[in-house]
Design a protein around this ligand. Sequence first.
Ligand SMILES: *[C@@H]1O[C@H](CO)[C@@H](O)[C@H](O)[C@H]1NC(C)=O
Ligand SMILES: *[C@@H]1O[C@H](CO)[C@@H](O)[C@H](O)[C@H]1NC(C)=O
Ligand SMILES: *[C@@H]1O[C@H](CO)[C@@H](O)[C@H](O)[C@H]1NC(C)=O
Ligand SMILES: *[C@@H]1O[C@H](CO)[C@@H](O)[C@H](O)[C@H]1NC(C)=O
Ligand SMILES: *[C@@H]1O[C@H](CO)[C@@H](O)[C@H](O)[C@H]1NC(C)=O
Ligand SMILES: *[C@@H]1O[C@H](CO)[C@@H](O)[C@H](O)[C@H]1NC(C)=O
Ligand SMILES: *[C@@H]1O[C@H](CO)[C@@H](O)[C@H](O)[C@H]1NC(C)=O
Ligand SMILES: *[C@@H]1O[C@H](CO)[C@@H](O)[C@H](O)[C@H]1NC(C)=O
Ligand SMILES: *[C@@H]1O[C@H](CO)[C@@H](O)[C@H](O)[C@H]1NC(C)=O
Ligand SMILES: *[C@@H]1O[C@H](CO)[C@@H](O)[C@H](O)[C@H]1NC(C)=O
Length: 615
Amino acid sequence: MQMLLALALLALSAHPSQVAAQAAAAAAYAPSLTPCPPGTSLLRETDPTDQSLSPGESAYISTRRTEMLPEAWANYLTAVLQSIDESITLPEYVSDIMGGSCGVPNLPTLGIATSGGSYRAAIFGAGVLNTIDGRNATSVRAGTGGLLQSASYLAGLSGGGWLVGSLIQADFPTLPDLIFGNPTASADAWGGWNAQTDILQPSSNATIDSAYLVDLVEETMGKHAAGFPVTLADIWGRTLSRHFANGTNSLNILDNSLPHGAGLTFSSIAELPSFKSHEQPFPIILSESQSVHQNSSLIQNVSSAVVPLSNPIYEFNVFEFGSFDPMLSAFTPTKFLGSPNKSICATGFDQISFIEGTTAELFNGENTTSAAFFASPVGPIVELIEALIPEPGLEMDVALVPNPFFGVAPSMFIDSNEELLSLVDGGEDGEVIPIQPLLVKARGVDVVLAIDAAADTDDNFSDGSSLVTTQKRAALFPSSYSFPHVPANQSVFLAQGLTKRPTFFGCNAPSDSAAPLVIYMANGGAPLGQVPVTNVSTDQLSFAPEQIDAMLTQTFDVATQGIPIEKTVGRQTVLDKDPEWPACLACAVVDRSRERQGMVRSGICESCLERYCWS
Ligand SMILES: *[C@@H]1O[C@H](CO)[C@@H](O)[C@H](O)[C@H]1NC(C)=O
Ligand SMILES: *[C@@H]1O[C@H](CO)[C@@H](O)[C@H](O)[C@H]1NC(C)=O
Ligand SMILES: *[C@@H]1O[C@H](CO)[C@@H](O)[C@H](O)[C@H]1NC(C)=O
Ligand SMILES: *[C@@H]1O[C@H](CO)[C@@H](O)[C@H](O)[C@H]1NC(C)=O
Ligand SMILES: *[C@@H]1O[C@H](CO)[C@@H](O)[C@H](O)[C@H]1NC(C)=O
Ligand SMILES: *[C@@H]1O[C@H](CO)[C@@H](O)[C@H](O)[C@H]1NC(C)=O
Ligand SMILES: *[C@@H]1O[C@H](CO)[C@@H](O)[C@H](O)[C@H]1NC(C)=O
Ligand SMILES: *[C@@H]1O[C@H](CO)[C@@H](O)[C@H](O)[C@H]1NC(C)=O
Ligand SMILES: *[C@@H]1O[C@H](CO)[C@@H](O)[C@H](O)[C@H]1NC(C)=O
Ligand SMILES: *[C@@H]1O[C@H](CO)[C@@H](O)[C@H](O)[C@H]1NC(C)=O
């Protein structure tokens, strides 16, 4: 580390012009302060026992439902019907619900939650989204394409937050276009994930890598000069911006005269064509909080957990930032995040890169004064911040946001008296799948597709502990959240193989009917007897295109195999995809709507849910 830092400082003194080179990015990354527009309210409190959505979200969801979803569900139904064997008959209610003859209000409300787990999770999540994307002819033929277009919500955190963030800000391209981009894209357009370039060490030359870190810190100096705290989360976000925001392609990634996405805000996604036309599922990115007032006895004993279940979970959406957790139940406009008080409004604080850094801000889980931390690629950054923009007393290993909820709910909200909120990775309580916003009753989600690519096991597959943890957290707030019964611990998931094939939760117990039905799809093992390629380490921060292709191909099989069946080919027994899987998935997706209308589960849906549901 000492060497890296020394090199970095050397790079700085040798190239005083670098500050100028980064000036465009530094200016674009700096928030501005202006008097708030007349009539602006920076606080929306919603009754914890009768929560409401923001006007922006309500309007988006209702317009999407009436203008986009009828056709989307009809297309998905067509894909399901053409893919299944003639011998399989779907009960009529499935076609009636999806085809619209039960009316627009009875179309299912589907939420998709795609987990954390760094690049591995971003790629696995992208593979699942590609498999359900109606724009991919292979996915349509497989009988799964079209579900993405039918979803109302799309939530992501950490690596899944990079996926969701990049997808929505690039105006909702197909997943291969998102990942591989276009090397000749113009300097402010979408250039792909640039995954071949490591996030922290972009070259194999230590001098260049050190200069790169100096560039990143310099890009935050305008924000610092404008009076805002700058921490590791900002620097982390600035490098993530080269991968998950517009403004970088594989050829210009090291060009430090470009802004590389600085200035792009989350709230401005509202102006993109695919958002204005309601083509995107409503996107949500999660972050958790760390607090000096937290009750540490509620930190769960799962590998990724660092903060207790009782801390507020925050969401960023295009319109609002805040929390539906009952102890806070308050929001502020995303556009004005960072505002110092009621009369002065900040704009430009809600940068996409900052939010992508915040949702994946894991550094508070490390010992930032240990030798091991300093030896890690991120180690020198803290010292660079201290050298270039000293901020004595600020905690460097969290994302800091001026607290929009200062003074709110003083008897319940632990950070009511704090000037700054300390935000961290959205999975730090052990819930690596961002399900919490989909349990908000005002959102009325019927069915959740939960995509889990956490590395829980020794060989970096998922073990279900995220769902176990969500079950525990929902039980802490019983009047706000309902979650179906899932196994009490990850041993049961592993022993019953629930991570190795899609599993449904909440199909049968009457006590589960207030909760959404959960379709769980995990990175739990290679499909169909293949050699596993999707369980790469969380630490891997660069990928060759061939490796991503192999992971996407394998994820396609994970998402289309169902519960594999044994088939005899010649003299050998091989595993094959369940031909009923597309039908079974459709049965699960409509099941809450069926139940609401008092229809009886029947035909193949009965046997499907029997086989795929955990009870
Ligand atoms: C559709 O998905 C398959 C499977 O991952 C992939 O090979 C193909 O390139 C995708 N096609 C398009 C047009 O995105
Ligand atoms: C990102 O670039 C794409 C074109 O590559 C464009 O359609 C989209 O509007 C851009 N997004 C933002 C936030 O500017
Ligand atoms: C590393 O990059 C620096 C700056 O571009 C260059 O001067 C040096 O020769 C490079 N070192 C190696 C080993 O390529
Ligand atoms: C912290 O959590 C524990 C376990 O739920 C509980 O018993 C205790 O009362 C809590 N402490 C405070 C100060 O809330
Ligand atoms: C935490 O989990 C580990 C492994 O799952 C177990 O060995 C240990 O006893 C647990 N600790 C507590 C305090 O429950
Ligand atoms: C609001 O914040 C601005 C900028 O920090 C400051 O100048 C002003 O005095 C504050 N106003 C109040 C009423 O606190
Ligand atoms: C962090 O590392 C420092 C230096 O090695 C050590 O003194 C300290 O005890 C460590 N803290 C924790 C919580 O492990
Ligand atoms: C992936 O899983 C296989 C099978 O368990 C294991 O041999 C391999 O080491 C794992 N790879 C990683 C990077 O964890
Ligand atoms: C996991 O839960 C099962 C079923 O409730 C229980 O029998 C088992 O002892 C638990 N295992 C652990 C390690 O807690
Ligand atoms: C799983 O990933 C960790 C790092 O996240 C790595 O240390 C470990 O070796 C991997 N496991 C296997 C079996 O490769």
